[in-house]
Ligand binder design. Structure first.
Ligand code: ATP
Ligand code: MG
Length: 560
């Protein structure tokens, strides 16, 4: 997985090895590109590709372009272009050039005429279906189109008329004239252009013929003088065709290299399927925090550093595998531990009355914002006679090794006093509604004048001053590790997790009101939480970024 060698030193990934060899052979430039199709929002898989392409350029003092692969106007939109730019920048990268495949339509068109003139392309009148049927199979050669041997003049004339809009969608295509019996099916006269009378989000109505991926991609790389065109493994079979066009056109030679795409457990990454989740309102938009998109992860509280670090840890593989979602969560926990300020919240509260604390009095307790970062300072939290503690932090009949509050037992209130539970008050149903406790006045903030200490420390909030907030607790969107693996007749939607979102109320210390949208906090012993954009004055909404590791529940299970 990671390419960390023995002793922690980094060994090179295979792309770095290739680049080093290129440099040894005298190549002086490294120029990569990240080429998203603007037909959806970027996801964590794209983040992997972004970190790789921009990372290699940075490492070798080269450049990385952002290129929108916008050759399919029916599915593309400026909304996606804008979101992609925002996400790449947020991840911490700046592109050398911003390009659009659509900027190359004229060059691509001229090159297509050149291939026609060389007898290497022809206009085919067969329907999409006929072309498919006549391609043959892996074991049988294809059948040449009856239009394959049109003259150069006729092909040029027809291709120009295709461009001029004389033919309806699907009436004709331009195909490369290669080999209908080639063992690589992609070489059996691949389609280069199709007719699509559709407005393009950048070129408007200028074009009604659009180039196919295989024809557009390599030539775009070549125009930008990309040296290392990195893509995912499924394009390995396309590489000979990529090289073929460049060779026949005698243009700058870019080279394609393939690495394994990132797959993450419990996650789907196909944009088509993600769009389906958005359109069918299974999630609330592309940035619903349960989505694997960058915008969703940002909203959920992930940091760019945690994602970059994850991409680094995953490494660059040549074979497909599935990365454990736990690794991503580990990376964000590790990062937020250093940067998130701590706060106290109580989720399922029990009222605690401190009977020997004067009614009407309150005082300020100083709490450390981040024990990992002294510069984060302290904050003031009001303490009073009536407080909430979490229902989980009290047990009337505790198991062994339970160090929190019990009847007759003691616990420390975080940064405040040691309290002793004297009495449990229940309602008629037998539920605990209140705990009556006493406090030890001299035990404030770690002092223990009589020398005794207590093991358990629990969080608390003053009932008078606390702030009620909404917590959105997320679980994986799917219940299966590989959501796309389904039994017959089922789809990935059958693997949806009905409990991917749980909403709870929590009571937090008053400083929660000062949180900014997008700021992440650690709610002590609960998890990391990020203030959501849905928050309103008097109604704060927190997204759980990730839970803290919960070792306690394991101990409880072992005891049972
Ligand atoms: P989808 O099939 O979901 O639409 P895509 O691969 O077609 O995804 P593009 O917008 O074409 O999406 O991808 C832009 C770049 O990001 C490509 O170079 C692609 O290889 C890379 N990429 C996409 N998904 C992943 C992934 N899961 N892991 C690594 N790289 C990826
Ligand atoms: Mg694509």
């Amino acid at each position: 997985m990671s390419n960390e060698g023995v002793g922690g030193e980094k060994s090179l990934n295979f792309l770095e090895e290739i680049i080093n060899e290129d440099i040894a052979r005298g190549q002086t430039r490294v120029h990569t590109r990240f080429p998203p199709e603007p037909n959806g929002y970027l996801h964590i898989g794209h983040a992997k590709s972004i970190c790789l392409n921009f990372g290699l350029a940075k490492k070798y003092g080269g450049k990385c372009n952002l290129r929108f692969d916008d050759t399919n106007p029916t599915k593309e939109d400026v909304e996606y272009v804008d979101s992609i730019k925002e996400d790449v920048r947020w991840l911490g990268f700046e592109w050398a050039g911003e390009h659009y495949a659509s900027d190359y339509f004229e060059s691509l068109y001229m090159w297509a005429e050149e291939l026609i003139a060389k007898g290497l392309a022809y206009v085919d009148d067969q329907s999409h279906e006929e072309i498919r049927q006549n391609r043959g199979t892996v074991t049988e050669p294809g059948t040449p189109s009856p239009w394959r041997d049109r003259s150069v003049e006729e092909n040029l004339d027809l291709f120009r008329r295709m461009r001029a809009g004389e033919f309806p969608n699907g009436a004709k295509v331009l195909r490369a004239r290669i080999d209908m019996a080639h063992p690589n099916m992609l070489f059996r006269d691949p389609v280069m252009y199709r007719i699509l009378h559709t407005e393009h989000h950048r070129t408007g109505k200028k074009w009604c013929i659009y180039p196919m991926y295989d024809y557009a991609h390599g030539q775009s790389d070549s125009l930008e003088r990309i040296t290392h065109s990195i893509c995912t493994l499924e394009f390995a079979v396309h590489r000979p065709l990529y090289d073929w066009f460049i060779e026949k056109l005698e243009i700058f030679t870019s080279h394609q290299y393939e690495f394994a795409r990132l797959n993450l457990s419990y996650t789907i990454m196909s944009k088509r399927k993600l769009l389906q989740l958005v359109e069918s309102k299974i999630v609330n938009g592309w940035d619903d925090p349960r989505m694997p998109t960058i915008s969703a992860m940002r909203r959920k509280g992930y940091t760019p550093e945690s994602i970059r670090n994850f991409a680094e840890k995953v490494g660059v593989a040549k074979r497909d595998n599935i990365i454990d979602l736990g690794l991503l969560e580990y990376c964000v926990r590790e990062d937020l531990n250093k940067r998130a300020q701590r706060r106290m919240v109580v989720i399922d509260p029990i009222k605690v009355v401190i009977t020997n604390y004067p009614a009407g009095r309150n005082e300020i307790i100083e709490c450390i914002n981040n024990p990992e970062d002294a510069s984060a300072g302290v904050r003031k939290v009001p303490f009073s006679r009536e407080i909430y503690i979490s229902r989980d932090d009290f047990m009337e009949h505790p198991p062994k090794k339970y160090y929190r509050l019990t009847l007759g037992g003691e616990v420390r209130l975080r940064y405040a006093y040691i309290i002793h539970c004297e009495e449990v008050i229940k309602n008629l149903e037998g539920d605990i509604v209140e705990l009556r406790c006493t406090y030890e006045q001299a035990s404030k903030n770690g002092n223990s004048p009589d020398g005794h200490s207590v093991k358990g420390i629990i969080q608390w909030v003053s009932i008078e001053f606390c702030v009620e907030s909404e917590m959105r607790l997320y679980d994986t969107l799917f219940t299966k590790e590989s959501p796309e693996e389904t039994e017959e007749g089922k789809t990935f939607l059958d693997n949806l997790n009905p409990n991917s979102l749980t909403i709870k109320k929590c009571y937090g210390e008053p400083s929660l009101k000062d949180t900014k949208v997008g700021q992440t906090l650690q709610f002590e012993r609960v998890g990391y939480f990020c203030l959501d954009q849905d928050s309103r004055l008097g109604h704060l909404v927190f997204n759980r970024t990730v839970s803290l590791k919960d070792s306690w529940s394991k101990i409880v299970k072992q005891q049972k």
